[in-house]
Design a protein around this ligand. Structure first.
Ligand code: FA5
Ligand code: MG
Length: 561
């Protein structure tokens, strides 16, 4: 015992902990409809839910955790030392030649691509979806009951470090896709990222499902078969700061596969009969199931079959949104019933075609809830699901939880304040009662940037048509860092503000921009709105935070005015 302690002490002396941070730059359905949806929902609000989900990585591929561990090039003992340190703390070795961190129990050595920060790593491992009384877990369980077992197997994936191969390559992301950019994605090192979406685990879940469906087909080749999965995971993005965006949020991936076989088309048609009909909500769907120019049918799919799959996908998800609103209404009968309006918007994802996003009209604007589509055939083929056809979706759990519980600000979902946490209980969908509204204090910062393609339009509304925004990354504002290393990107400001002020900032908005007529330089003015959900911030505190933000911004390729 004594010897072990002495050894640990010596190692601790060799590797200094970095403080404070290491930054490289820095809907309503009737009860009958509800029954049709899940077979076991008499009243959504009285369900108690046993969590029977299984960890994806262990079940699917034991190699996975190894893929996400990177000890390459570590000086002797450094990787082991990292493992002995608390998760999420960035450590440098004695001569500062190497740095790294233990993330979810694995050692990771940093390199010149690394852009994870202490503040982001501290949010790894909260696993809000495992706390049964937390709104995120209650929302997750409502989705799992809607896409119910045994047709769907439910997984979760706890380690957020995934290889760039799993997050991008396997899903067909082109090399220059904005989602790969260091301005949009947290790189642990050049090989591993903090996953930007739950789709990073699709391939492995499809492989497992493929084995399950193959066994069914083996028993009865003429039986029309199918099955699906869901995966719950926390995901990370260098994104904007406002009441609907947070750098860490939760996604659920869902997929349904109709297996290969002579009865496939018949099976799809049969599935349609089990979908909810006559939902009490307004659905706008101008684009239809596909558009050969902008949202094409895949080569090898018949138009009829793909149309059935798209309709099945859309009706299933409309049913989910309907159920969310029904649950929210049932547990809050004193609140006036509101009409529900949703709309389908064409989208682009490298791993689905045709692709869509679903938005809901909420608090006076359209709020994007999810992305989805018909799974690219190559993805199914690679997972051993040749000649099958499937749909998939990825849902933002925070956004659904905000609708379900009427939570006005996404930051609240990360609150450890008992006044927030004590309001929620597994199986209940009561609306959040605000315990305070503390005063805001905004501060502006103006600066010059060189006008360049990367800065041409720094702000673009999420979900706006034509913006390729799969898994983070917006075609109108990002450019891979390696092609324009010195270009300014607004996510760099967001990251500095997050690092300095964390959840003390409500939003950061571009409030003014113009191009100087002679110099061609562009002036941008951002407004940082400081406001805590838990206490009043003093002027002194806000001034101190703002000064730190300005100090750190001096390292960006900008000229502060
Ligand atoms: C994706 O991440 C795709 N992987 C979804 C998908 C899966 C498409 C399977 C096709 C098949 P997108 O980037 O649109 O898509 O994100 C999905 C959802 O995550 C959004 O609709 C939104 O609800 C949520 N989301 C995105 N960014 C944030 C954020 N910063 N904070 C909170 N929620 C977010
Ligand atoms: Mg999107």
């Amino acid at each position: 015992m004594r010897l072990v302690r002495t050894g640990a002490f010596l190692r601790a002396a060799r590797y200094a902990r970095l403080t404070p941070s290491y930054t490289t730059s820095s809907y309503l359905v009737s009860t009958t409809r509800c029954n049709q949806l899940s077979n076991r929902c008499a009243s959504t609000s009285t369900i108690t839910y046993p969590d029977q989900s299984v960890p994806l990585s262990d079940e699917v591929d034991p190699r996975k955790t190894e893929d996400a561990t990177d000890k390459d090039g570590a000086t002797e003992g450094f990787a082991d030392f990292l493992k002995s340190q608390p998760s999420g703390t960035i450590i440098r070795n004695a001569d500062h030649a190497q740095s790294g961190a233990n993330i979810s129990g694995k050692s990771h050595i940093f390199d010149s691509t690394t852009n994870v920060t202490d503040s982001i790593l501290k949010l790894v491992g909260r696993q809000l979806y495992h706390n049964p009384d937390h709104p995120i877990a209650i929302t997750r369980s409502l989705i799992e009951q809607t896409f119910a077992s045994p047709r769907f197997t439910h997984h979760y994936a706890s380690n957020p470090v995934v290889s760039t191969r799993d997050n991008f390559d396997v899903l067909g992301f082109p090399e220059d896709h904005p989602g790969r950019s260091r301005t949009d994605t947290y790189y642990v090192n050049s090989k591993n990222v903090l996953r930007t979406h739950s789709s990073a685990h699709q391939h492995k879940a499809f492989q497992t499902l493929g084995k399950r469906l193959a066994k069914i087909l083996e028993r009865d080749p003429n039986k029309p078969g199918g099955g699906g999965f869901t995966i719950c995971a926390d995901v990370f993005r260098r994104d904007s700061i406002d009441r609907t965006h947070f750098p860490v949020f939760h996604q659920m991936e869902g997929a349904y596969v109709w297996s290969a076989g002579p009865q496939r088309e018949h099976a799809i048609e049969k599935s349609m009969k089990y979908l909810p009909k006559d939902l009490d909500m307004e659905v706008l769907d101008e684009g239809g199931p596909m558009n050969q120019e902008t949202n094409p049918l895949q080569y090898g799919h018949s138009e009829l079959e793909a149309t059935h799959v798209v309709n099945h996908l859309k009706r299933s998800l409309e049913g989910l949104v309907s159920r969310i609103f029904e649950a929210s209404q049932d547990d809050n009968k004193d609140v006036a019933k509101q009409p529900i309006k949703v709309r389908w918007v064409e989208a682009y994802f490298p791993f689905t075609s045709p692709s869509f996003e679903l938005e809901v009209f909420w608090q006076g604007e359209w709020l994007e809830l999810l992305g989805c589509g018909v799974v690219k055939q190559s993805i199914l083929d690679n997972a051993g699901l040749e000649q099958s056809i499937a749909w998939a979706w990825g849902i933002g759990l925070e956004r659904l939880a905000m609708l379900l519980f009427r939570i006005p600000d996404i930051r609240l979902l990360w609150s450890e304040d008992e006044r927030f946490l004590s309001q929620f209980k597994a199986g209940r969908f009561n609306h959040f009662v605000p315990f305070s509204k503390y005063p805001p204090c905004h501060k502006d910062i103006s600066f010059w940037v060189q006008a360049s393609p990367a800065t041409a339009s720094p702000v673009a509304a999420e979900g706006s048509a034509g913006v390729a925004a799969a898994a983070g990354g917006d075609a109108t504002k990002a450019s891979p860092a390696d092609t324009q290393p010195a270009a300014f990107h607004e996510n760099d400001i967001m990251e500095i503000v997050r690092d300095v002020a964390g959840t003390l900032v409500e939003d950061v908005k571009l409030v003014d921009e113009f191009v100087h007529p002679t110099s061609g330089k562009k002036s941008l003015c951002y407004r940082i709105n400081y406001r805590s959900n838990e206490r009043t911030l003093t002027n002194e505190e806000v001034n101190g935070l703002h000064e730190q933000v300005i100090m750190q911004m001096k390292d960006l390729p900008i000229e502060i005015r």
